[in-house]
Design a binder for this molecule. Structure first.
Ligand code: ATP
Ligand code: MG
Length: 775
C-alpha cells in the first residue's frame, strides 16, 4: 500500500480510520483534500464497493482530479463507479431518477442564475409591482436565502416574523413574488440551483423509502470544504449519513468564505455535537507553501476573533519574501504583473500554468487580459461570464432546451421570435394569457393551433407563422430520435436561421458570435466522443444540457494547458500555484466596500485574504494601485488594511521608495501604506522617476510621464480614428461639450484625458471608452 507511505502520522490516522464519524479540521495546505482522496482509495482497497461511496467536492474540477488520483491506486473502473461531484451535480442526478415523486418530469431543465432572473423579472412585471423597490436581483437573493434555509413558500406564509421583517423593509410582496416564481418554475418543468438542494431535502423528508434507498446506497460519505456548506446541504448530508454514520468531513473554518450564499461556519464547528463519538484529527504541517508564506498567512488570520486556534507550520524552505508592488494605475498594475510573468517564465523556466492572478471582483479581469494579450501570454479566465452564458450560445441552447422540455417557457420566449419571424410581443402575450385562462400549457395550444385558432384572436398570417415555427421545432424533435446531438444542433442552427442572422453582422463582435456558435457545436462533438469512451456513457441531449448547466466552474475544460490562470479568490479555494499575484489590494476593493462595515464582514474578507495567500507555493506578490478606473471614472485609492496586517518581516518592496519610508518608520505593523490618497498624482514626477530608475529587478514598461501632446480617439473596437489634442473642443454623449485640458499615457489603448465640460465641470476620461467627437 504505497499510497499510505507518504502520509504523516495524523494524516495516516485520518485515512485509515474507516468506520464512524470523522472530522479533519485543519489549516490550508495541510493535506485535507489529499487525506480525503486517499481515504477513498483505502476504503476501496479494503473491500468497500465504490458504488457505496459518495464524495462531495466543492468544484467539478476538484472531483475530476480526485477521481484521477484514486484511479491510480484502485484502477479506472472502480474509480468510475464512485459517486463524486459537487452537491449540485450529485443531487441533480438523484432528482432526475426520483423526479416523479415531486411531480417533476425527469428531463427537468436546470436554470442558471440568468434564466432564474429572467423568469423572476417576468413575474415582477406581471404583478405590476415597482421594479425599483423589488429589484429582481435583490429579490432573487432573498428567495435564494429562503430556499437555502429550507423556507418554502408555505413555510414563509406560516412565519409571521419573516413576513413582518419584509414588511418593515418595505417589501411586503416578497412572499407573493416568491410564490409566483416557484409556480412559474414548476410550470416550466425547471429547477434553479437552490432547488437542487431544496428539492433533495424535500425528497428525503417526505419519502422515507427514498431516503432509505440512498442511505443504504451511500454507506460512506465524504465531504471536502465542509466549512462552506449551507444549511440545506448540511441537512442532506446529515439525513443520508444517519443510518451508518460513516461520515468524514474535512475543512478549515479560517477558509469559510461563502456566507453570502448561506454557508454556515457552525456546520463544521458543531460537528462534535452532531456526532459525539466523532474522531477529530488535526493536521498542522503545511506541505504546500514556503515558511514565509505560511507564517505571513498565520499572522493575518490571527487577527480574526472568531476562529478556531490552529497551529500551522511549514518545513519547506523559508523561501522568498512576499513582494509588494505599488502601481500608478490599474493598467500599470496589470503591465507589471504581465511583465513579471514574462520575466519569470524566461529566467526561471516557469510554465505559464504555474501562475495565478487572483482578484476580489470579476471586473478587475479586463486590465490583466489586455496586458497579457499584449505580451502574447496565454491565459484562461475562470468564472465570470462563462462561455455558456453568452447570448448567442444561450440562444442556441434555448432551442435545444425546448426539444428536451417543451414546457420550458423561459426558453420558448427566448426563441419564439428570435431570429425575428413576425411573432411579436403582442402575439406572445395573447398566447400566454389564453393558455393561462384555459389552464393549458402553451405547448398544447401550439400543438393544436387549428383547434384553438378561432378563439385566439390572431389573424391568419400570424397563425401560419406560429404553425411554421412549431412545425420546425417538432421536426427537430423527430430528428433527435435518430440523430446525434451534434447533427441536430447543426440543423437547428441552420434551419432556425440563427447562423444566417448572426453572419449578417460582419463586425469583429459579430464574427466572434458566429465562432462561438461553432465552438458550441464543436463541444458537442467532444461530448459525444467523451461519452463513447465511458462505460455507461450517455450521449443524449439532456445529458449534454445538464453537464452545461452544472459546469459553471469548469467551462471549456478542454481549454487547459500552459496558461496563466485568472480567477476570483472565491474560485481559487482548494487550488495551488507556484506563483500567485494577489492584486488590487486597496481599501474599498479588498476589503470590498460592501463588506467592511461590520466586524463579521471584515473577518470574512480577512479569511478571503488568507485563502488567497495560502494558494501560493513558492512566491507571492501583492499589488495595489494608487488610482484606478472604476465606475466610469478614475478614482484614487488607498492601500488595503490587510497589507499592513502582514508582519513587515515577511515582505519586501519592489518600489524602493516605499522601502525607504518603511525603514524610517520601522516597528511592527506601522502603517507604511498610509498614503494620502488625495495627493495629486501628476505632481510626483520626480519621485516616481527616481523610483523607476532604481528599480533594477523588475523594470516596469517604459512610461512617459510628460503629458502627451496628441492622442488618437480610439473606438471600442480598437481602431483609431481622429487625432485629439489639448485645447480641442469635444462632444461627449452624456456630458455635452467641453475642452480637453490634459492628456496622459503612452499606450494608445489607455490614454486618459482631462476634459472640462461647460455644464458638468471637470471629468477624467479614458479615451477608449469616452467616445468623444471633435467639434
Ligand atoms: N504528507 C505529505 N507529503 C507530501 N506532500 C503532501 C503531504 N500532504 C499533502 N501534501 C501536498 O500538499 C499540498 C496541499 O495538500 P491539500 O491540497 O490536500 O491541502 P488542503 O488541506 O486540502 O488545502 P486547502 O485548505 O487549501 O484546501 C498538495 O500538493 C499535497 O499533495
Ligand atoms: Mg483542500
Amino acid at each position: 500500500m504505497d499510497y499510505l507511505k507518504g502520509l504523516n502520522e495524523a494524516q495516516f490516522e485520518a485515512v485509515t480510520t474507516l468506520q464512524g464519524p470523522l472530522m479533519v479540521l485543519a489549516g490550508a495546505g495541510s493535506g485535507k483534500t489529499r487525506v480525503l482522496t486517499m481515504r477513498i482509495a483505502h476504503l476501496i482497497t479494503n473491500g468497500v464497493d465504490p458504488f457505496n461511496i459518495l464524495a462531495l467536492t466543492f468544484t467539478n474540477k476538484a472531483a475530476k482530479e480526485m477521481k484521477e488520483r484514486i484511479a491510480k491506486v484502485v484502477g479506472v473502473s472502480d474509480a468510475r463507479s464512485l459517486w463524486m461531484g459537487t452537491f449540485h451535480s450529485v443531487f441533480a442526478r438523484i432528482l432526475r431518477s426520483e423526479a416523479h415523486y415531486l411531480g417533476y418530469p425527469s428531463n427537468f431543465t436546470i436554470y442558471d442564475a440568468q434564466d432564474a432572473l429572467n423568469v423572476l423579472k417576468k413575474v415582477i412585471k406581471d404583478m405590476n409591482v415597482d421594479a425599483e423597490i423589488y429589484k429582481p436581483k435583490k429579490v432573487l437573493a432573498r428567495i435564494s436565502q429562503y430556499k437555502n434555509n429550507l423556507i418554502t413558500v408555505n413555510a414563509y406564509f406560516n412565519n409571521p416574523e419573516l413576513m413582518e421583517a419584509d414588511e418593515r423593509a418595505n417589501m411586503r410582496l416578497i412572499g407573493e413574488i416568491y410564490r409566483k416564481y416557484v409556480e412559474a418554475c414548476f410550470k416550466n418543468g425547471a429547477m434553479d440551483f437552490d432547488d437542487l438542494l431544496l428539492k433533495t431535502n424535500e425528497l428525503l423528508t417526505r419519502f422515507p423509502e427514498v431516503l432509505a434507498k440512498y442511505q443504504d446506497r451511500f454507506r460512506y460519505i465524504l465531504v471536502d470544504e465542509y466549512q462552506d456548506t449551507n444549511h440545506s446541504q448540511y441537512l442532506i448530508v446529515k439525513a443520508l449519513a444517519s443510518k451508518f454514520e460513516n461520515i468524514c468531513v474535512v475543512g478549515d473554518d479560517a477558509q469559510s468564505i461563502y456566507s453570502f450564499r448561506g454557508a454556515n461556519i457552525y456546520n463544521i464547528l458543531n460537528f462534535k455535537k452532531d456526532y459525539p463519538d466523532a474522531v477529530t484529527v488535526s493536521l498542522e504541517q503545511n506541505y504546500r507553501s514556503t515558511q514565509n508564506i505560511v507564517d505571513a498567512a498565520n499572522v493575518v488570520i490571527s487577527k480574526n476573533l472568531q476562529q478556531f486556534k490552529k497551529n500551522v507550520f511549514s518545513e519547506n524552505e523559508v523561501g522568498e519574501k512576499i513582494k509588494v508592488y505599488r502601481s500608478l494605475s490599474d493598467a500599470d498594475e496589470a503591465n507589471f504583473v504581465s511583465a513579471n510573468i514574462f520575466e519569470l517564465h524566461n529566467t526561471q523556466q516557469r510554465k505559464f500554468s504555474d501562475f495565478a492572478i487572483l482578484y476580489r471582483t470579476n471586473s478587475q479581469t479586463r486590465a490583466f487580459e489586455d496586458a497579457l494579450r499584449k505580451k502574447n501570454i496565454p491565459y484562461r479566465v475562470y468564472g465570470g461570464l462563462s462561455f455558456y452564458q453568452r447570448k448567442e450560445v444561450k440562444d442556441l441552447l434555448a432551442y435545444l432546451r425546448i426539444l428536451v422540455n417543451e414546457n420550458d417557457s423561459e426558453a420558448l420566449s427566448r426563441i419564439i421570435n428570435y431570429p425575428a419571424r413576425g411573432i411579436g410581443e403582442t402575439t406572445q402575450n395573447k398566447l400566454i394569457v389564453f393558455a393561462d385562462s384555459h389552464n393549458v400549457p402553451i405547448t398544447q395550444v401550439l400543438d393544436n393551433l387549428g383547434f384553438y385558432a378561432p378563439q385566439l384572436g390572431l389573424n391568419n398570417g400570424i397563425i401560419t407563422k406560429l404553425g411554421d415555427f412549431w412545425a420546425m421545432i417538432k421536426a427537430f424533435q423527430v430528428m433527435l430520435k435518430t440523430e446525434n446531438v451534434y447533427d441536430v444542433a447543426m440543423e437547428v442552427a441552420k434551419r432556425s436561421s440563427l447562423i444566417k442572422f448572426l453572419k449578417e453582422d460582419q463586425t469583429p463582435e459579430g464574427i466572434s458570435r458566429v465562432e462561438n456558435i461553432q465552438e458550441l457545436l464543436n463541444s458537442m462533438q467532444g461530448f459525444i466522443e467523451e461519452q463513447r469512451q465511458i462505460e455507461d456513457g450517455d450521449p443524449s441531449l439532456s445529458n449534454f444540457l445538464e453537464n452545461i448547466a452544472l459546469s459553471s466552474d469548469t467551462q471549456n475544460d478542454k481549454d487547459e494547458g500552459e496558461k496563466v490562470s485568472l480567477m476570483t479568490i472565491h474560485l481559487s479555494k482548494g487550488l495551488e500555484f507556484p506563483v500567485v499575484y494577489l492584486v488590487g489590494l486597496e481599501e474599498n476593493l479588498f476589503p470590498s466596500f460592501m463588506s467592511s462595515s461590520t466586524r463579521e464582514e471584515l473577518e470574512e474578507e480577512r479569511r478571503l485574504f488568507y485563502v488567497a495567500l495560502t494558494r501560493a507555493e513558492k512566491q507571492a506578490y501583492f499589488t495595489y494601485a494608487v488610482s484606478r478606473f472604476q465606475w466610469g471614472k478614475i478614482t484614487d485609492s488607498e492601500p488595503s488594511r490587510f497589507l499592513s496586517e502582514v508582519d513587515s518581516k515577511y515582505i519586501e518592496f519592489i518600489n524602493p521608495m516605499l522601502e525607504a519610508r518603511f525603514v524610517n518608520n520601522s516597528g511592527i505593523n506601522s502603517n507604511i501604506f498610509d498614503e494620502r490618497p488625495s495627493e495629486p498624482r501628476f505632481f510626483k514626477k520626480k519621485e516616481e522617476k527616481k523610483t523607476l530608475e532604481r528599480n533594477i529587478n523588475n523594470p516596469p514598461p517604459k512610461k512617459t510621464l510628460k503629458p502627451v501632446a496628441t492622442a488618437k480617439i480610439i473606438n471600442p473596437s480598437g481602431s483609431s480614428s481622429e487625432n485629439i489634442e489639448v485645447g480641442d473642443k469635444v462632444r461627449h454623449d452624456r456630458f455635452g461639450i467641453g475642452e480637453v485640458t490634459f492628456l496622459d499615457g503612452t499606450d494608445p489603448q489607455n490614454i486618459k484625458a482631462k476634459v472640462i465640460f461647460s455644464n458638468e465641470g471637470e471629468k477624467n476620461l479614458i479615451l477608449k471608452f469616452a467616445k468623444l467627437t471633435k467639434i
